[in-house]
Design a protein around this ligand. Structure first.
Ligand SMILES: NC(=O)c1ccc[n+]([C@@H]2O[C@H](COP(=O)([O-])OP(=O)(O)OC[C@H]3O[C@@H](n4cnc5c(N)ncnc54)[C@H](O)[C@@H]3O)[C@@H](O)[C@H]2O)c1
Length: 325
C-alpha cells in the first residue's frame, strides 16, 4: 500500500484531499496542530481511518516523526502534500511573524525532512495570492511574484523555496497556485462563501467587508483536490518538478454576484432574509481588487480541468451548510 503524508489535513482542502487519498486506497498520515479548528477528519468521518500526528510543521522533531511513521512498515511516505499554513489574510497582517513561521519556516522544515527521506513527490500549496496585485490578468506562471501583503509574501516565499529544492537537491517537488477554493466543509467563517451561507441559513444578514466589487476566480474543492492529485501524478512521472501550476476556472466573479447566488440558493431552502450588509467602500485595505488564473499549463501537462460550475458548486455548498447546521 502506498503512503501519503498530508500536512494541514485537518483543514478545509486538506480534509477533502485526505478523503480522496483514502478512497484511492492509500495509507494516509495527517500532520496538523493540536486542536486545529475545523477538524476535517471528524467532518469527513475519517477519525481512526488515518494516522494523526499533532504538532507544529515548523518543529523538525514533529516533521521527522511524521515522515518516519507515515507508513506502517516504517518506509516513510511515497507522496507528501504540504497544505499546513496560517491561511487568513487579516491575522497575517496583524502578526506577520507568526504567519511567516508557519508558512515559510514550516515549509523549509518539511522540505528538509523530505530531503532526508525517500519521497517520490512533494506537492506544496502556494496560492494565486503569491502573485500579488497585477494589471495583467489572468495570472500566468511566468509572471513575477510581487506580493504586497504578509499573507501573499508568505505564500510567495514558500513557493520559491519549494521550487528551488528540485534544481538544488533533486527533491521532486511541485507547487500549486490555486484560485479561491470553496465548497462544503469550510468552517473558516471569515471567508466569503461560508460566512454568507451560514448567515443566511441562520437568518442574519451577512456582513460584507467590501462594497461587493472585488472579483475572484472560484474553484470548487473537488476540482482543487483533483488539481493536487494531477500535480502529484506529474511530479511522480518526472514532469513538473521545480515548477508551479495554476488551477482555477479562468473566470472572475464579483463578491456581490456570489452573495446573490447564495441568496437564491438559500431562498430555495426556504430562508426569508436574503439581503447582505455591505460595510466597505471599494476593496478592503491589503486585499487585491481582481484575481483570476490561467490553468493552461496544468491542463496541457495532465489533462486537468475544472468540472464543477459555479452554480452547481454553490448549490452543493449551501446544501452542505444546511445539513450541518
Ligand atoms: N482556501 C483557499 O481558497 C486557498 C486558495 C489557494 C491556496 N490555499 C492554500 O491551501 C492550503 C490549505 O488551505 P485551506 O483552505 O484548507 O486552509 P485551512 O485554514 O482550512 O487549513 C490549514 C490547516 O493548516 C493547519 N496549520 C496551520 N498552521 C500550522 C502549523 N504551524 N503546523 C501544522 N499545521 C498547521 C491548520 O490547523 C489547518 O488545519 C493552504 O496552504 C492555503 O494557503 C487555499
Amino acid at each position: 500500500m502506498s503512503g501519503s503524508l498530508v500536512t494541514g489535513g485537518q483543514g478545509f482542502i486538506g480534509g477533502h484531499l485526505v478523503r480522496a487519498l483514502v478512497e484511492r486506497g492509500e495509507d494516509v498520515t495527517v500532520l496538523d496542530l493540536p486542536g486545529a479548528p475545523g477538524r476535517a477528519l471528524e467532518i469527513h468521518g475519517l477519525v481512526g481511518e488515518v494516522r494523526l500526528i499533532e504538532g507544529d510543521v515548523a518543529d523538525p522533531t514533529v516533521v521527522h516523526r511524521a515522515l518516519r511513521e507515515s507508513a506502517s512498515d516504517g518506509s516513510g511516505p511515497d507522496s507528501v502534500f504540504h497544505l499546513a499554513a496560517q491561511t487568513l489574510v487579516g491575522p497575517a497582517a496583524e502578526d506577520p511573524a507568526t504567519t511567516f513561521r508557519s508558512n515559510v519556516e514550516g515549509t523549509w522544515v518539511l522540505l528538509e525532512g523530505c530531503r532526508a527521506s525517500d519521497v517520490e513527490a512533494v506537492v506544496v500549496a502556494s496560492s494565486d495570492k503569491a502573485y500579488g496585485p497585477s494589471e495583467s490578468l489572468p495570472y500566468r506562471e511566468s509572471y513575477e511574484l510581487r506580493p504586497a501583503a504578509p499573507y501573499e509574501a508568505s505564500k510567495s516565499a514558500a513557493d520559491v523555496i519549494s521550487r528551488s529544492y528540485w534544481p538544488a537537491f533533486g527533491l521532486p517537488a511541485g507547487v500549486t497556485r490555486l484560485a479561491n477554493v470553496y465548497g462544503g466543509g469550510d468552517l473558516n467563517g471569515s471567508r466569503l462563501v461560508p460566512e454568507v451561507a451560514m448567515a443566511f441559513l441562520e437568518g442574519r444578514a451577512p456582513q460584507i467587508r467590501s462594497d461587493g466589487s472585488p472579483e475572484r476566480d472560484y474553484l470548487h474543492v473537488s476540482d482543487a483536490v483533483a488539481a493536487y492529485l494531477a500535480v502529484e501524478g506529474a511530479v511522480r512521472e518526472g514532469a513538473g518538478r521545480g515548477e508551479a501550476f495554476n488551477a482555477g476556472t479562468g473566470e472572475a466573479w464579483p463578491v456581490r454576484t456570489i452573495v446573490d447566488l447564495i441568496a437564491d440558493e438559500a431562498a430555495r431552502e426556504g430562508v426569508g432574509l436574503t439581503e447582505a450588509e455591505y460595510l466597505g467602500e471599494g476593496v478592503p485595505e491589503g486585499e487585491i481588487d481582481r484575481q483570476l488564473v490561467d490553468a493552461t499549463r496544468l491542463t496541457e501537462l495532465t489533462g486537468w480541468s475544472p468540472k464543477v460550475t459555479l452554480g452547481a458548486g454553490l448549490t452543493e455548498a449551501v446544501e452542505w451548510y444546511r445539513s450541518h447546521a
